[in-house]
Design a protein. Structure first.
Length: 129
């Protein structure tokens, strides 16, 4: 709706809102006018709105309305909020859900996920275990 999909998360302290959340915070502004506005979290975390996306449909039990750039975590000392950075653990902070249709080859999806995990596995962590 507003912003650039290629750059909306390119820097620390960037924030993307859903249309519903944008209307809640800025009821009298259109999406383009909201870009660049600042939201403050916990009285100290200043985030610049870099994008507005449509409300997500067909939700699961997880509700997504505000998206903070990943680089914000390190800059603001919030890496502990994400959970263990290793791929060898499970955390409710970082889960992936995939909807598979009848036409989807489940083995191919699993192969792709295994490849992604292998590419991102911390080699030093494996040596410690």
């Amino acid at each position: 709706m507003a912003g650039d999909a290629q750059t909306s998360f390119s820097s620390p302290n960037q924030l993307v809102l859903t249309e519903g959340r944008a209307k809640k915070y800025f009821p009298n502004l259109n999406p383009q006018e909201i870009l660049g506005k600042i939201l403050v979290y916990d009285d100290s975390l200043n985030l610049s709105i870099s994008g507005i996306v449509e409300n997500l449909e067909n939700r699961t039990d997880l509700i997504f309305e505000e998206f903070i750039s990943y680089s914000t975590l390190g800059k603001e000392g919030l890496t502990d909020k994400l959970g263990d950075i290793g791929w060898m653990s499970t955390s409710s902070n970082s889960q992936l859900f995939i909807r598979i249709s009848e036409k989807t080859n489940e083995n191919e999806v699993q192969k792709q996920l295994d490849n992604i995990a292998a590419e991102n596995t911390d080699k030093e962590l494996l040596l410690k275990n």
